[in-house]
Write a protein that binds this ligand. Structure first.
Ligand code: NAD
Length: 368
């Protein structure tokens, strides 16, 4: 969530929007301002070739507007590839609201934001993200239909985290199949970093299958609860990244695979829910490949959440959402094979397949 690319001062010397380094031919960027409610938001529509641009609204205390713009550009682009690789008829979009969700958010502000979403007539569809909740989506739903992630009580798909966790579990099994020759996780030593909404459900799947699960979290009580509920073990080593485990599952923060950690990692598989796990995709993806570590691309295996909310658009059942999420297993195996055949990283393989789908659809759309 920080501007890792350049400083605001440097950015200002460039074209302020289209010259942003995270700008990647985004179709539309909408700046939303409302004096009365204090709303300052940016909606980024990266690409709508595959369908309406769907992506969550993040509310975050950005240090400055450049950081917010950079974030929305980067995140909306990520959504384009996530939906394309998952086979959903959705484009990529995302929104950011500048402010502290705990201190600054008001119902009026969220309603006003919903009106801005509505003004785009369905080109952008919103959902929850960091700093926004199901309750916020219900409120937005009062002023627009272009919202997903509303509560089950109001006809929505409810909490996406269990479905996300199931997809990560499927991706992890596929990565294990590729790396170890069997997709059984029984007896495997697995380190789960982050025992939040996704991490906990993942841990429950893993322990049920007989894996030896180690957990790490900044909150001691959460780790203790994983021990009590699932028989997980708290990781007590000095360095998490040097842990002697078979599988490392980042389920907390992004960019944990970076210059400092990458040569320490002993795990032979990396598969987790966190977004943007590779600090620098091209560099760290390549080093993992050279080190023989099977990396399941995050944006592919954490797509259960978007599969879950997609049900609100195309009206399928929870069972269908689970079935589609299960398919992450097959897609992950395809990605590993495609990467080997083309001698590229799994991240590059997933991006390339997603881009091919978008290019094909663009041709079909042009011929209609
Ligand atoms: P969450 O906030 O419920 O859980 C995150 C957990 O990580 C918390 O328990 C927190 O204490 C812990 N944590 C924070 N910093 C840590 C650190 N340095 N070391 C160890 N633990 C730390 O979030 P979540 O919904 O479980 O999502 C987890 C990750 O997956 C996030 O990166 C999120 O963006 C991504 N993701 C989630 C979904 C979803 O459906 N919830 C979908 C796609 C991607």
């Amino acid at each position: 969530m920080t501007s890792e690319i350049t400083t605001p001062a440097e950015l200002q010397k460039m074209d302020p929007v289209f010259g942003q380094l995270s700008f990647d031919n985004h179709e539309q960027i909408v700046f939303c301002n409302d004096k009365d409610t204090g709303l300052k938001a940016i909606i980024g529509i990266h690409n709508t070739v595959m369908g309406p641009a769907l992506g969550g609204t993040r509310m975050w205390k950005y240090n400055n507007e450049w950081e917010a713009l950079n974030d929305v550009l980067r995140l909306s682009r990520g959504m384009t590839y996530k939906s394309a690789i998952t086979g959903l008829n959705l484009g990529g979009g995302k929104a950011v609201i500048i402010g502290d969700a705990k201190a600054d958010k008001t119902p009026e502000m969220i309603t006003r934001f919903g009106q801005f979403v509505d003004s785009l007539s369905g080109k952008y569809i919103t959902a929850e993200d960091v700093g926004t909740t199901t309750e916020d989506m219900d409120r937005i739903h009062e002023v627009t239909n272009y919202v997903t992630g509303i509560s089950e009580a109001k006809g929505g798909s409810g909490n996406p985290s269990p479905v996300t966790a199931y997809g990560v579990y499927m991706g992890m099994k596929a990565a294990a199949k590729y790396q170890f020759g069997s997709d059984s996780l029984g007896g495997k030593k697995i380190l789960v970093q982050g025992t939040g909404h996704v991490g906990e459900t993942l841990i429950s799947h893993l322990t049920k299958e007989g894996a030896e699960v180690f957990v790490s979290d900044i909150h001691q009580d959460k780790m203790e609860s994983m021990v009590a509920k699932y028989g997980a073990k708290i990781f007590t080593g000095a360095d998490l990244y040097a842990a002697d485990v078979d599988i490392y599952s980042p389920c907390a923060l992004g960019a944990t695979i970076n210059d400092e950690t990458i040569y320490k990692i002993k795990a032979k598989v990396i598969a987790g829910a966190a977004n943007n796990q590779l600090a620098v995709e091209s560099v760290h993806g390549q080093i993992l490949r050279e080190r023989g570590i099977a990396y399941a691309p995050d944006f592919l295996i954490n797509a259960g959440g978007i599969i879950n909310v997609y049900a609100e658009i195309v009206k399928y059942s929870k069972e269908e959402a689970i079935r589609r999420t299960e398919n992450i297993y097959n897609t992950t195996l395809e990605i590993f094979n495609f990467a080997d055949t083309n001698n590229i990283t799994t991240q590059q393989a997933a991006m390339q397949i997603a881009q091919n789908r978008i290019d094909e659809r663009k041709k079909e759309n042009a011929n209609k």
